[in-house]
Design a protein around this ligand. Sequence first.
Ligand code: PLP
Length: 396
Amino acid sequence: MIPDNTHSGFNESLAWTSDAPIGLAVDRAQGPFLYLEDGSRVIDMISGIAVSSVGHRHPAVISAIREQIDRHLHVMVYGEFVQRNQADYAAELTAALPEGLDSVYFTMTGTEANEGALKLAKKATGRTRMIGFRNSYHGDTHGSLSVTGRDVYRDPFLPLLPDVDFLPFDDVDALKAIDERVACVITEPIQGEGGIIVPSDAWHRALRERCTEVGAVLIFDEIQAGFGRTGSLFAFEQFGVQPDVITLAKAMAGGMPLGAFVASRELMAAFRNDPPLSHVTTFGGHPVSCAAARATLRVLQEENLPERAKWIESVVRQRLKHPAIVEIRGRGAMLGMLLDDAERTARAVATCLENGVLLGWTLHSNNLVRIAPPLTIGEPVLIEALDAILDALQQS
Ligand code: PLP
């Protein structure tokens, strides 16, 4: 498998996001595999960055998409018409969430879900101050970037939203800084791009208590951790706390673009007037994406994929033993393999790709290898990928 750098459209007409894109030329994808234009097969160990949790082109998702495209595509901006798959999915999603998370606002992407959640918190509380956490990642539009806790990504775009402060992650004492001026606190329940960091139960509890005490809206960004990836349908279930708003996207619609923020009906009512239409979107909750999302949720539940995530974690932890591995961290199939050296990490990831196994970094760390395969990956394929990683470490 060799990255294809001969495609003129890719090289000359497509905007790049770095000087060194991976450049795989994909022909098709199925289950845990990408099939490239050169005929080779690659095991996808990053799921399109936590998207393809039910595997690529799950048959139930494909058939739901086909059925919807035969009925209608876009018919009206979000929130005006009754579109069956959109409304039914909202009901099914809220049924899978606890009471208090019972009203869904659909978006297209993760960052838009966070934008909506931040605006909702401001409007509902009448406050402006926002708290984020160091090393967090919430997306690249201006609002989400404003609460993303990494200066290297924020500095080129300053000024961003005013009145935002960052606290150290997983530090109970620091939570005292959350006061009555705070509209919202936004956090990932498990930090993804920050390096797969699982905070303590005690921190989660203290965060929940402090937000309740001062009347701040607690937003959990489960855009990466949600939909079974960490071993429960939603990651917050594992910490015994419930947010006021949860934001979702990525794995939600089995490979189709969809996002959402979900809150109580009372909180969400803040968007209905003063003025009406104060937060609208054309494509949010696209009917084809919602059809795919309904099928995805059913697959996650019927195939018990959160349990599969736990099984993946146990296989990875048992198998991946090598002196270069400092730590395997994370939960379920949202794992990070911390290596002893950044250069070795780059070499190992490159060798794996040459041998048909796709791995990747997280945005904020260059010696942490992301391990996040589709939750449907079978045992032989998982073992094949893990053995390729061990071989690559041996050679690097
Ligand atoms: N929040 C988290 C935790 C993410 O990991 C991401 C993307 O990686 C986002 C938000 C942004 O989502 P999107 O790329 O769909 O805008």
